[in-house]
Structure formats: C-alpha cells, structure tokens
Design a protein around this ligand. Structure first.
Ligand code: SDX
Length: 447
C-alpha cells in the first residue's frame, strides 16, 4: 500500500498551509497580497485575482504547468510520489475492490454507493444504453475507413440534436439524466463505430450484461450466433475503464470545463473533450505506443531508437513515457503492467513479443540518464495498448476506449462545475507581442 493511502498521510509535494504571499512591482512601490488557499492535501494555491486590478499586470503560465484553474473534490494526483486518489480513495484499491460503475457513482456523487444506491444507478445506466434510432444514420455519412475517434466526435456531438432540446442544464434533474445518457450511450456509440468500420451489423446493448460485458458483446458479437463474453476479459476491461476514468484537470477535462463554462450543453462539451483526447500527446498516445513498438520491432533495435529520441532534430518521442504531472511512475501504468501479465496468462498467450519489447524498453529507458534526468516514466498509455491488443481490440479503437472511460470523469467534472455557484465563463488573457497601433495603408501605398 503506498504511503499516501495510509490514513492521515500528508502530501509530499508543495507548501500547503493558509497565509499569504506578496507580489511587489519593482520601482513602483506597489505590492499586492495574495491569499493562500490550502487544499485538503497537495500544494496550496495563491489567489492571483487581485494582481491585474492592483498591479496592472497579468500572470503568465503557458500550458498551465503551475496554475490551478479550478477547485475540485474529485481527483488528486501527487506527481512526485506517484499517487492517484478518487474522492480520497487510492486508485490501487479502487481497481482491486470496485467495479467501473461503482467508481462512476463515486466520481459523480462523492461517496461509494451502498447496495440499494448501486442497484438504482446500475438500472439507470442500463435503461439508457440504447441510442435514438435515427442516430444510426449518422454512421452512413462516414467513410468506412474513418478513424473511429472522428465518428465518436461526430455522433456524440449529434446527441445534442436529439437530447438537448429537453434539457435545462440549470436543472439538477436534467443534468442527472444527461449524465446517465452519456455514460450509458458512449459504449454503444463506440462499439457501433467499430462495427461500421468493418462492415458488420450493429449489435444492440443487452440489459442482462454488465457495463464492460455489454461493451465487449457489442464489439464482438454477430447476429448469426450466440456470443458469450469471457469473464476474464470483462474483468480486465472493467479495470481498464476504472484506470482511465478521471485524472484531475488534464487537457481534455479542461476542454470540457471551458466549453461547459459558456453554458454549452453537456453533449457538445463531451464531444469537445473527445476531440481534445484524440491528440497523440494525450489519449492518442496508447495507439501511438503500439505503432512505436511495431516500428522498433525487436529489442536489438532499441538502442538506435533511443538515440533517435535523444536527437532533438528527430522529433521522435518515446510514446507512453513522460507526464506533465507524474515525475514518478504513473500508478496506473503499474496496475496495467500487472493486468497485462494476468490477461496474457488467462488467454494462454505464453509469450507476447510486444510485451517483452515494452518491458525491455522500460528497463533501458528508466536507467538512461536522458529519461531519468527529465523524470520520464511510463504513463497510463504505455501498457494499455498491449492488453487491448491481446483482448482483440483493434489499435484504432484504443483511444475510443479511453474516451468511453473518461466520459464518466468528464461529466463528473462538468457536473461539479455546474453546481459551483461561483463558476463563470473561462476567458484566459495573453501577453500581446504583435504590431503596435498603425493605420491601414491604401492599396497604392502597398504597391
Ligand atoms: C495522458 O494530463 C494528464 O493527466 C493526461 C493523462 C490523463 O489521464 O488524462 O495522464 C493521459 O495524456 C498521458 C500522456 C500520454 N502522452 C504520451 O505518452 C506522449 C509522450 N509524452 C510526451 O509528449 C510528454 O511527456 C507529455 C506531453 C505527456 C508531457 O509533456 P510536458 O509536460 O509538456 O513535458 P515537456 O514536453 O516539457 O518535456 C520536458 C522534457 C523535454 O526535453 P528538454 O526540452 O527539457 O530537453 O522531456 C522531454 C522533452 O523533450 N520529453 C520527452 C518525452 N516527454 C517529454 N522526450 C522523449 N520522449 C518523451 N515521451
């Protein structure tokens, strides 16, 4: 059990106490006192809202490396200690002891459900797994070889045309129904994106299956014969969904929050999150890891590949490594590596060259000065693709699966923002370094 998961454990990283910080503008005698707002655990934040009104300057933090954009009670990451908590519970314990829907309930409501609450939540999700029959027609508008993330972005966004008109986002009950609709329908939309890409008939969700079983059923079953979901694969899928559910204010979650801050409907916000997750620097990395391993091909080629990564001119990165917050092992990567071995063993896959290659790559990279000095460790995307490939999930569907899981985190963060009476539209400022004020020259003056 990691240090943080012991009761009363304090945050390792940062200063976390009330008080204040002072910012002084040289040569003006002007200062502003910045109140420190402590967190439950983790670094306190300096409230900088007075800086511009009192000093007439903006603060600057491209990429938000050291800036908190919101207060949240949902997830906490200690990047130095490699700790991830959801509502205070360590990810290791949640992955071992809970189902994905129990974690979804936790993220949405703040506490794990009791038996009655779980039964009601499970029924609520189960009753919303079908999508409007006219949404089927949207698939026909895509090329068969369209990337499934393009289909997800389009069809989830199109949900706004089917469910938004009966939705008052300021009504908690309407928000609750939207959360159910999104959590329940994204696996159906995702599985149908895959079926469409291979020209097979869509499989409708079944109410007798669990969330993970239903997804695997809709992905793999055909109308021509019965299909029984492997309990091992269902448990592995459920755990993978848990590990990808939420992760503080990452790029796609911040996208959802910024879209939601304008009052946009939740379907449009989640579609924006899907689009943001698609990038290879973010959720698209799991697909990129498999492509990278295929390109390396054999452990004997690892040194040449590592040399290419170190060559700044190559623009080659070690995909699945590094993280803006984790400067230690991503706890999810550790759990996924263990799950990898379990799934391969359960599937009777004695040797998986990709896993051997990945483990050799991890061993070399985590002992190489270039990566150690930059605190680059395996992240959630490094092993997930190997498990998904072993489970028969096509590479193009890896990020889609990430989106299915993260929809629960996104909608939980959106709900938290919508319930915050102080929330206002997000509108970052800038430092302008363009042309000074000037007059438009006439066409003749422009020559
Ligand atoms: C996810 O934010 C989240 O929480 C995201 C996520 C979630 O659950 O939502 O955890 C999911 O997106 C995980 C990350 C998946 N992405 C990848 O695996 C792609 C490969 N990794 C990187 O591109 C990179 O590490 C990022 C994007 C993840 C983080 O980028 P940062 O924090 O902006 O780091 P940086 O670019 O400033 O890098 C610092 C140094 C640089 O070298 P120097 O200029 O100091 O010499 O480290 C180098 C970088 O060149 N570096 C890498 C590297 N990642 C950073 N060098 C080689 N390979 C890498 N993967």
């Amino acid at each position: 059990m990691n240090e943080m998961s012991k009761p009363g454990a304090e945050a390792k990283s940062g200063h976390n106490a009330p008080g204040s910080a002072t910012l002084t503008l040289d040569g003006t005698g002007k200062s502003v006192t910045l109140p420190l707002v402590p967190g439950t655990i983790g670094p306190a934040v300096a409230d900088i809202r007075k800086v511009y009104p009192e000093l007439g300057i903006f603060t600057f933090d491209p990429g938000y490396g050291g800036t908190a954009a919101t207060e949240s009670k949902i997830t906490y990451i200690d990047g130095d200690a490699g700790i991830l908590l959801h509502r205070g519970y360590p990810i290791e314990q949640l992955a071992e002891k809970c189902s994905f829907l129990e974690v979804a309930y936790l993220l949405l409501n703040g506490e794990l459900p009791n038996k009655a609450q779980m039964a009601e939540f499970d029924t609520g999700v189960t009753r919303h797994t079908m999508i409007h029959e006219q949404l089927r027609r949207f698939y026909d508008g895509f090329r068969r070889d369209a990337h499934p993330m393009a289909v997800m972005t389009g069809v989830v966004g199109a949900m706004s045309a089917f469910y938004h008109d009966s939705l008052d986002i300021n009504d908690p009950e309407h928000r609750r129904i939207s959360a159910f609709r999104l959590i329940a329908k994204v696996p159906t939309i995702a599985a149908w994106a895959y079926k469409y890409s291979i020209g097979q008939p869509f499989m409708y969700p079944r109410n007798d299956l669990s969330y993970a079983e239903n997804f695997l059923y809709m992905m793999n079953a055909v109308p021509a014969e019965p299909y029984n979901v492997s309990p091992v694969l269902a448990r592995a899928m459920d755990r993978i969904l848990i590990l990808h559910a939420d992760h503080e204010q990452n790029a796609s979650t911040s996208t959802v929050r910024l879209a939601g801050s304008t009052g946009a409907n939740p379907f449009a916000c989640i579609a924006a999150g899907i689009a943001s997750l698609w990038g290879p620097a973010h959720g698209g990395a799991n697909e990129a890891v498999l492509k990278m391993l295929a390109e390396i091909g054999h452990p004997k080629n690892i040194p040449d590949f590592i040399a290419k990564v170190k060559d700044k001119n190559s623009n080659v990165r070690l995909m699945g490594f590094g993280h803006r917050v984790y400067k230690n092992f991503d706890p999810r990567a550790k759990i996924l590596q263990e799950t990898c071995h379990e799934v391969l063993t359960e599937l009777g896959i004695k040797d998986e060259p990709l896993l051997d290659l990945a483990m050799e790559l991890e061993k070399i990279a985590t002992h190489d000065e270039y990566f150690v000095s930059r605190k680059l460790y395996p992240n959630v995307d490094f092993y997930s693709g190997i498990i998904l490939k072993a489970m028969g999930i096509p590479t193009s569907m890896f990020t889609v699966l990430f989106a299915v899981a993260r929809t629960t985190g996104w909608i939980s963060q959106w709900k938290e923002m919508m319930e915050d009476p102080s929330q206002r539209i997000g509108r970052p400022r800038q430092v302008y370094t363009g042309a000074p004020l000037r007059d438009v020259p006439t066409a003749a003056e422009r020559g």
